[in-house]
Design a binder for this molecule. Sequence first.
Ligand SMILES: [Zn+2]
Length: 421
Amino acid sequence: MLLIKNGRVIDPASKTDAALDVLLDGGEISRVGANISADRAEIFDAKGLIVAPGFIDLHCHLREPGQELSETIETGTKAAARGGFTAVCCMPNTQPVNDNASVTRGIVERAAAVGSVRVWPIGAASMGSKGEALAEIAAMRRAGIVAVSDDGKPIASARLMRQVMDYCDSLDLPVIDLCGDASLFAGGAMREGPHSMRLGLKGIPAQSESICAGRDVEMAALTGARLHIAHMSTRGSLEYVRWAKKRGLRVTCEVTPHHFTLTDEDVRYDSRYKMNPPLASREDRDALIEGLADGGVDAIATDHAPHHPASKDVEFDRAPFGITGFETALALGLAGLVDAGKLSLTRLVELFTTGPARVLGLERKIAAGEPADLTIFSTDRDWTFRAAESPSKSRNTPFDGRGFRGGPAATIVAGRIVFRG
Ligand SMILES: [Zn+2]
């Protein structure tokens, strides 16, 4: 038993924000209340800390199987635990691609053996994510996938999207799409605009994303299936999502910490600023923050995308897309959203907990009988993020050396403390 005392419990599902104790027993929450005492329990003193439901990351890359130089399930989930995440959804663009039940089972078994946090795999939509034949979606669902996506690239055509959606609708699985029209995206390295001109880098117009988001929303209207737009970065895409929500379509979206923190003006000739979608304009960034505040956006997701230095430390246009993200996500949210006065602490917690849970058709709350997954964090401890100290195998982040106020203090999965800061 573990008794968390003296914390400030924020539970968006029940709209709780109060000084309460939480007693965990045998992997479940057994009691929530004031001044709980339990003789046999280990005590965790959460004085001055926030006690939240366990954070869920809808979007990450653990690189196993196949790219273990960049990350493994073991190192990636250690970094996730340090970031306060109790469950992470890993994208299928591994080697081999997670497009069949045996790869899914391999990930699930490896995570059970060496993972610090829960790992919920996402299966490929098409075989090899090649955009041709459907992957073995039903068999993967039985093996444990929680959604499908061809992440790394968009689902290739509207016709394939229709097939995937029809199929996933019958299995009640969300379809997650990376939006980016390939013909506009081709060869681009950062967002098209005055800053790409200044740096002499080939630009990617905002419409590369929004054209694809519009197509996907139309396909959700046609099929009635659940659509989730990954790492949305533009005002135009958000307007399509708002349009869909107004019409009662089952469309959701996520935004990454780097997209609500940085803009294309921050990009330097340094591949740690290269990600897909690219950092957007200030106007787009501000629109995303509005969406995070008012419910247009459903979740914050990291898109933790580790790359081994040998592949990332090359010329900007030759470097792969992506940055690491688990350990800085909460602190960036506190800095850029809460401390900046854009949204409340409860809303921030919702974007990491009940928001992503809902996308997956799950609930997340602090109540008796629920899984004992909790994230405990501070809002006022000063610290500096040092990529070299990360348990992740990769260091590709523009936030290395950045000072923060507030961040993860402890991560609890199934009643066990898997990280304590
Ligand atoms: Zn991704």
